[in-house]
Design a protein around this ligand. Sequence first.
Ligand code: ASP
Length: 283
Amino acid sequence: MVEAHLNGVRNARAAGWRVLERGGAALDAVEEAVVIMENDEIFDAGRGSFLNRDGKVQLDAFIMDGATLRGGGVGCVERIANPVRAARKILSDSPHVYFVAEGAERFAAEHGIPLCRNEDLIIPREVERLREFQARIEPSPDLFAPTISHDTVGAVALDRDGNIAAATSTGGTLNKAPGRLGDSSLIGCGCYADNRSAAASTTGWGEPIMKLVLAKWAADHVASGSVPEWVAAEAINYLKDRVNGHGGMILLDAHGQFGLAHNTPRMAWALKTVKQEETGIQR
Ligand code: ASP
């Protein structure tokens, strides 16, 4: 699956770059990048996500604009193929920051986002994965052990106007309880952006990440003068040391300095600047 993940992040990068190249906003770039990954069944976002205990796909997403601090988030949606699009509509068209479950679906539909059936988001690979997981006599002692993959998607971007943005989208964790919300769509946990500090997106074991409000923690450290490269690594060390968490982070400040780190065996990433283009799955 390694090559498929690398292709997926490369395609997402290309979509984001197309927006930035023509002078578009970082906010649009992260939205487009995340849509590509939501549409790619290899990731745990949109169609192809992990199934919850009831065998349903339940999605969370958040997007944030570092220029204005406006954010939009959806949680536990079951009939939206691209939850980041719904999150973006909330950011742009609503005075609120969050909508969840049916209310989020209703908001999306009222704002021109098509609803789908939950079955349209389910693929056989995930039906089989859930079946195998639930058939285990001994439940895994640690559902979030690093050997169980997390495949949340995220993007951070800086545009020509000097604005940064971040977006994160997920199907959450395998066999999660219906209604369980992870870190990904929680502001400051799985996603954050402020031009004065940094844009961050995280993946991994959601409960520990949210306990540390990790994306905001990292942004604050950048605001205090530390470089994103170090802060990303420190954030992941803090996650492990403080709450025994596993995960990864991408981090970018408004000067274009970036960091990425993970303590899971792998995390696919792709980055592009005017001078540099790199893709990887280990760092
Ligand atoms: N952070 C996500 C969650 O806990 C899972 C992931 O990153 O794959 O919902």
